[in-house]
Design a protein around this ligand. Structure first.
Ligand SMILES: Cc1ncc(COP(=O)(O)O)c(C=O)c1O
Length: 381
């Protein structure tokens, strides 16, 4: 089928106030998780239409957005959610911080498995809690939970488990069996399971590795589950600031919303409209995006395995993020090495709880992926 959208087009982003491109403007950026593609045309049209109204006052989630979210939950995740089970948010990192503050006693613990998206191992500071990290283990080339180590690490003070589902940076999609085992583990130890599903619409083969939504796990476990979702990664609208939580249990939801206090600003009036348009009209774009990213994923996987001796990469099932193990190169800080030697800006694995690794964001035109990889291979050689 002919392509409707041009993902090969290189859009200049430098000088647009872009975190990715303007933070360290002398470097070639493959770090923070936003993509170098323009958002779906339907999203941009909705944005322009709402802006053209001209009055940009305080907003609330309008009917169209709510209907789009309920339909998304039903069609995409097979979960029939009630409107009141949804909490609208300006982002997910602030939600993680709110959860750290809302759940558990002072001095309590937050557990997560590493490597992991850095705020997961940072939000405990906001709540004067402790963080317990348990490394994932590699079994036959696939990253899994280390159940024995998790049982050994959990204590009566552990109140929260933070899960990235699918996993950033490993690119793993967890199976129903794994997620149910995790939810039962949390239930048994009276832990709130936070399933952050911001990457769930970026899965390459949904037949082989379907997404299992936290809100769809068995009802009897829902009193301890918070599911976090957003259109931001998939439709490249992270800069708009919109996300939502699905919390099916009334008392857990109340706890969460009370923790908000007066700390959260109103959500921007434009972002409600971009979120609605993404979920309502973004599907044809998303499908093409996934095929395009799959090509990038295959390129990077093959390249690392054949042209970057000393580096290794797991099979990637989801996300546009590649986790590259560079420990055999012998550099203490490979991200710094690539920065100094080839002016590349990669994410440093140390922030994910795993020094010696880098994360490469391949959510960009294929030509840029090749440029970045060539720069890496040249300095390794
Ligand atoms: C797992 C995960 N959660 C949350 C976020 C960021 O969410 P937000 O921009 O809504 O704060 C990211 C961004 O990369 C992420 O990977």
């Amino acid at each position: 089928m002919a392509s409707l959208f041009n993902f090969d087009h290189v859009v200049p982003r430098r000088g647009t106030g872009s975190l990715k491109w303007d933070k360290l403007p002398t470097l070639d950026p493959f770090w923070v998780a936003d993509m170098d593609f323009t958002s779906p045309p339907a999203v941009l049209e909705a944005l322009q239409e709402r802006a053209a109204h001209g009055v940009l006052g305080y907003a609330l989630p309008h009917r169209g957005l709510i209907e789009a979210l309920l339909e998304y939950m039903e069609k995409r995740h097979s979960v029939a959610v009630e409107e009141n089970e949804i909490v609208h948010l300006g982002g997910l990192v602030c939600a993680l911080s709110m959860i750290a503050q809302a759940i558990g006693k002072p001095g309590g613990e937050i557990m997560t498995c590493t490597p992991i998206y850095p705020p997961f191992i940072g939000v405990h500071h906001d709540a004067e809690k402790k963080c317990i990290t348990v490394p994932h283990i590699e079994v036959n080339g696939r990253w899994e939970f280390d159940w024995n180590a998790m049982e050994a690490a959990v204590t009566p003070d552990t109140a929260i488990f933070l899960l990235s589902n699918p996993q950033n940076p490993l690119g793993r999609v967890f199976t129903r069996a794994e997620l149910e085992q995790l939810a039962v583990f949390c239930d048994r130890h009276d832990i709130i399971l936070v399933s952050d599903e911001i990457h769930c619409d970026l899965i390459f083969d949904e037949t082989k590795t379907p997404h299992i939504c936290g809100a769809g796990l068995p009802d009897e476990l829902q009193k301890r589950i918070i599911t976090l979702l957003a259109p931001s990664k998939t439709y490249n609208i992270a800069g708009m600031g919109y996300a939502f939580a699905v919390i099916r249990d009334d008392s857990l939801r109340r706890k969460f919303t009370q923790a908000r206090g007066h700390t959260q600003p109103e959500i921007g009036c434009l972002s409600y409209y971009t979120a609605e348009a993404a979920y309502r009209h973004g599907e044809p774009w998303r499908k093409e995006l996934i095929s395009y990213l799959a090509k990038n994923r295959d390129t990077i996987t093959d390249f690392v395995r054949t042209r970057m001796p000393g580096c290794s990469i797991p099979d990637i099932e989801a996300t546009y993020l590649a986790w590259i193990d560079c420990r055999a190169l012998g550099h203490d800080n490979p991200a710094q090495f690539f920065e100094k030697k080839s002016a590349l800006y990669l994410s440093d694995g140390a922030y994910f709880g795993a020094p010696g690794h880098v994360r490469f964001n391949y959510g960009c035109p294929h030509s840029r992926v090749l440029e970045g990889l060539d720069k890496m291979a040249n300095v390794i050689a």
